[in-house]
Design a protein around this ligand. Structure first.
Ligand SMILES: *[C@@H]1O[C@H](CO)[C@@H](O)[C@H](O)[C@H]1NC(C)=O
Ligand SMILES: *[C@@H]1O[C@H](CO)[C@@H](O)[C@H](O)[C@H]1NC(C)=O
Ligand SMILES: *[C@@H]1O[C@H](CO)[C@@H](O)[C@H](O)[C@H]1NC(C)=O
Length: 506
């Protein structure tokens, strides 16, 4: 992607390392598409670009176990609110950018004239229009998700100036998509081993706060997981949702008191039982999760929970169970062995589907080594051993929020249309070395076919009436956000569809 036709000839010969930014500087002047305004054909008056998660055209085989053939569109509203709306250009920022770029490029390449024009004509608001699918939409790969175009002929260069910040949407899209795929796995096995989807949205808890690169990543990533689930320890996500989306509920995510190793080991190795007892008694009325592998998880399950504290645990209610948390070892083996040991001490019942369920006062959460592949292995292994997954849940951290890249869903932003000398031209790239990287041509629109599939129409064909309404809606126009979605709408758009559940069970 670094070597697109109109990209980075100058940048790639010098390191585009981080630019020092004053605390006052807003990021808009600091992206790396600094020199492009000089590179477009003369008399260009509009640039139109689009974003998609490219679809693999060749070799549909199984290089990935999970195909991610649909993506959840989420996070544009955050970027628009935080970085693009309102008066984002000021004289101070222009001056500062000019100074930094002069040093950075050792030349006066910064488009001072263009930015001053925006400052004067639009009072620092960006003359661009962005159209997007509704937030939370689940759209097959290879379709347009949003388009960006300049609305002032003088500002044709602005479209791809905002590329860098807009393409960072790959992250919330990828977190939400990967989390939703995990929800599908959990839904399938929950239905198969219990016949119900009860509490599905509490089955995958976000443990990722400490494993991410920054507070901002934590907030965005955690909010993206909450599109699909309701359990989180990454509270930064709650702030993002309340501030940038809004929900009818006071909070969009929940948690429970949980022990960590320090609160156990601080009691000393010979006092693990005392630690457990103390912690459980501190929280008599809510579920309490107790990490039980500080020394020997199997001894803890068999002797401490299963014998020493057994009567204490048995008095807890279904609303306030003990949640035993293993935290080491091979995830599948550990889960199976913990269930087997607990099952000898706390006799399981058999549910309507013929799977074993621990008594209501005790549950298990596996939060170590959980990613989409191990999750699949664990629930499959539990099913084989006749355990219902209704009374186990999972925690996932680094794999949920950080072990993802833009390549997973091939998120990309490309120019597809320009106006030069008053004439519209459909443009595209089609690199000889990789047909997957061919981009779409012309102005784009997204439609539903009669059979319910999504289709992207190229070259402005969507203007023809026969295709019905365009699913892309204007969300941003000349500095203003003109359409917003609540988090409840996002969740509703992203929820698992009946047809998907059917497909899972086939
Ligand atoms: C740009 O537009 C001007 C004014 O219409 C025209 O004279 C000139 O030839 C155009 N330049 C190119 C390269 O087309
Ligand atoms: C997506 O990215 C991966 C990793 O870079 C690459 O192997 C694959 O070919 C890309 N697929 C498409 C459709 O571009
Ligand atoms: C198991 O989990 C289900 C769903 O969370 C809950 O309703 C039920 O009370 C639990 N059953 C037992 C026996 O713990």
């Amino acid at each position: 992607d670094q070597f697109d036709p109109h990209v980075h000839i100058i940048l790639t010969s010098r390191s585009p390392g981080p630019v020092p930014v004053s605390p006052r500087a807003n990021h808009i002047i600091w992206v790396f598409t600094v020199t492009h305004y000089k590179q477009y054909p003369p008399n260009t008056s509009k640039v139109y670009s689009y974003f998609e998660c490219r679809e693999k055209k060749t070799d549909p085989s199984k290089s990935h176990k999970v195909k991610y053939d649909k993506t959840v569109f989420y996070g544009l509203q955050y970027i628009l609110h935080k970085y693009l709306k309102g008066k984002v250009v000021t004289p101070e920022k222009i001056q500062e950018a000019k100074n930094v770029y002069r040093e950075h490029f050792q030349d006066d390449v910064f488009n001072e004239k263009g930015w001053t024009y925006i400052l004067e004509k639009y009072k620092g608001h960006l003359p661009i229009e962005i159209k997007a699918v509704p937030e939370g939409s689940v759209i097959p790969r290879g379709n347009v998700l949003f388009t960006v175009e300049s609305t002032d002929p003088e500002c044709y260069w602005l479209t791809n100036w905002v590329e860098t910040i807009l393409v960072q949407i790959w992250y919330p899209i990828t977190v939400a998509t990967n989390s939703r795929e995990q929800k599908k796995i959990l839904a399938k096995y929950l239905l198969e081993t219990s016949g119900s989807l009860e509490r599905l949205e509490y089955k995958l808890h976000d443990f990722g706060y400490r494993g991410v690169s920054s507070q901002e990543t934590a907030g965005i990533g955690a909010s993206a997981h909450l599109v699909n689930f309701k359990g989180t320890d990454t509270v930064a996500g709650i702030g993002v949702i309340k501030k940038f989306y809004g929900t009818k509920d006071p909070v969009p995510g929940f948690s429970l008191p949980a022990a960590e190793h320090s609160t156990i080991t601080a009691w000393g190795k010979d006092h693990e039982k005392d630690a457990f007892e103390h912690i459980v008694k501190q929280f008599p009325n809510v579920p309490v999760s107790v990490v039980s592998d500080s020394y020997d998880i199997y001894n803890a399950c068999e002797k401490i929970w299963g014998e020493d504290l057994r009567s204490l645990i048995e008095t807890r209610s279904a609303d306030a169970p003990l949640v035993v948390r293993p935290d080491s070892g091979n995830p599948l083996d550990t889960v199976l062995k913990v269930l087997e040991i607990l099952g000898k001490k706390f006799i399981p019942t058999e549910n309507s589907k013929g799977y074993k369920v621990l008594p209501p006062y005790i549950r298990v959460i596996q939060g170590d080594g959980v990613d989409i592949n191990t999750l699949q292995e664990i629930v499959e292994g539990m099913k084989e051993h006749k355990w219902s997954i209704e009374n186990i849940s999972f925690g996932s951290g680094g794999a949920l929020l950080q072990k993802l890249t833009r390549d997973l869903l091939n998120c990309s932003f490309k120019c597809s249309y320009v106006v030069t000398n008053g004439l519209g031209v459909n443009v595209f790239k089609d690199p000889v070395a990789d047909p997957n990287k061919r981009s779409k041509k012309g102005r784009l629109s997204l439609h539903r076919t009669q059979s319910g599939d999504f289709v992207t129409l190229e070259e402005g064909k969507g203007d023809l009436e026969e295709y019905g309404a365009d699913l892309l809606h204007t969300v941003f126009q000349n500095g203003k956000i003109v359409k917003t979605y609540t988090f409840d709408q996002v969740r509703d758009n992203a929820k698992l569809k009946e047809s998907e559940l059917q497909e899972l069970l086939e």
